[in-house]
Design a protein around this ligand. Structure first.
Ligand code: ATP
Ligand code: MG
Length: 442
């Protein structure tokens, strides 16, 4: 029989299942790696060229869904097959949404496993090796990409907090990577095998708030047939990430303040006090001091949260990272949509490096994704959105701001330079008629 050279990584906390799957796959001539935890799996993923991930969903500590998300983000070329002993509809939906391709419930037969594996491997892109090398070369720190001094400052702080449980407060504009930084603090540190639980503070309905955060006891209300954990119990020994903390209602803020002060929680419908051991990371893209002044954020909570402050700089303050970030996204979306790494012309890259990126890295990712889909062989200026094609340099913060007339004059000169003095083309770009342009030139 021909040897299937695909490397399959199997992740399950149950060694019997691990061995069972391994036996079946070996019989089918696949090469296998085993991991009994998400942490172990991540180490193998970073080290070996894996072609397929097979993972259990419910595992103690970090669960399989987190791993599926991690792989979708960082190894988008690896197909995923999720195996679980709890066939819940919700679980299946979550797994699919986070990028799992195949889903299988325990117990399964050898034939079912074979079919699912073949299915998952069917659309595997061929250029995976190129891709993973590109990704590896650009890594600055864990999954954070970039080589700028500004990013180095961020990773220095991560280094100092990752192994202790100090509360960290992350600020930065939208799309700068606050969540990725929070995940890095957790996954790079010694508590990485414990759970990372992300909570969007603005999204919890007021009436469910207490039970979502702290869980409920059996019989707490009609329909509470069993006791259920909240976010805090789920994050025990690990990290809870309170995202968009500025959107938390005043009631939520009060409850959070109590947990931070006492480290104790009580479930809805119970008197029993439970001790939780969690590291809190909070993030916001709004200025909390403004909210405090308006009476919409508690000052005491603010001081509890801001033990260590970490500001993620906007992309325009680290434009030297644009090229490596672009390359990474070119790889990711090239593999996803075109089955290969898509090159970018020097002009197009220069345009990306001149732009001010109000939407930061998320915007850059969207621009590249769209360009990869729209382009032919490579990405050229023509594949970029209009507002990105002709950018002007903005003055540095401490530099004098210019009157509109001067900016207009400079911009017209720049466009003329771009069109090599072709006035008709320049007028087209500026969306004014040629006559108006001639007058302005005079
Ligand atoms: N340094 C980086 N390297 C690679 N990818 C990054 C980096 N920073 C951010 N990203 C990617 O950019 C996107 C936005 O990042 P993230 O969600 O962490 O931003 P955010 O600051 O939480 O944004 P928001 O305030 O809108 O919630 C994500 O897809 C993330 O993976
Ligand atoms: Mg975010």
């Amino acid at each position: 029989m021909a040897l299937n050279r695909e490397n399959i990584l199997i992740v399950d906390d149950d060694v019997h299942i691990l061995e069972l799957i391994q036996r079946h796959l070996k019989a089918l001539n696949y090469h296998t790696y085993k991991a009994i935890s998400v942490k172990e799996a991540i180490t193998i993923l970073q080290d070996k060229a894996i072609d397929l991930l097979i993972t259990d969903l419910r595992m103690p500590g970090v669960d399989g869904l987190e791993l599926v998300k991690y792989v979708s983000e960082h190894f988008p070329h690896i197909p995923k097959l999720v195996v679980t002993g709890y066939p819940s509809i919700d679980g299946a939906l979550d797994a699919l949404k986070s990028g799992a391709m195949e889903y299988m419930t325990k117990p399964f037969t050898k034939e079912e496993l074979k079919k699912a594996v073949l299915n998952a491997l069917k659309d595997k892109p061929k250029k995976k090796q190129v891709v993973s090398n590109v990704a590896k070369d650009n890594k600055a720190y864990g999954e954070l990409i970039g080589k700028s001094k500004a990013l180095k400052k961020v990773t220095d702080v991560i280094e100092r907090v990752k192994n202790n449980k100090a509360t960290v407060f992350i600020t930065g504009e939208s799309g700068t990577g606050k969540e990725l930084v929070a995940r890095s603090i957790h996954y790079m540190g010694k508590y990485a095998t414990a759970p990372f639980v992300a909570v969007n503070c603005g999204a919890i309905p007021e009436n469910l708030l207490e039970s979502e955060l702290f869980g409920y006891a059996k019989g707490a209300f009609t329909g509470a047939d069993t006791q259920r954990d909240g976010f805090f119990q789920a994050a025990h020994r690990g990290t809870i990430f309170l995202d968009e903390i500025g959107n938390a209602s005043l009631a939520t803020q009060l409850r959070l303040l109590r947990v931070l002060q006492e480290k104790e929680i009580t479930r809805v419908g119970s008197q029993k006090v439970e001790y939780v051991d969690v590291r809190v990371i909070a993030a916001t893209n709004v200025n909390l001091k403004d909210l405090i002044a308006k009476g919409r954020f508690r000052e005491d909570l603010f001081y509890r949260l801001t033990v260590v402050e970490l500001e993620v700089p906007p992309l325009r303050a680290r434009l030297e990272d644009v090229a490596v970030l672009a390359q990474t996204f070119l790889f990711k979306y090239g593999v996803e949509f075109k089955d290969r790494l898509i090159p970018i012309t020097e002009d197009a890259l220069a345009a990306l490096e001149r732009y001010t990126w109000p939407g930061n890295i998320r915007e850059l990712e969207n621009v590249i994704q769209r360009a990869v889909i729209m382009c032919h062989k490579q990405i050229t200026i023509a594949d970029l959105p209009e507002h990105l094609k002709y950018t002007i340099d903005f003055p540095e913060d401490n530099q004098e701001l210019l009157p509109l007339k001067t900016v207009e004059r400079n911009y017209i000169l720049k466009v003329l330079e771009f069109t090599k003095n072709n006035k008709t083309q320049a007028a087209k770009i500026l969306q004014i008629d040629r006559k108006t342009l001639s007058e302005k030139i005079k």
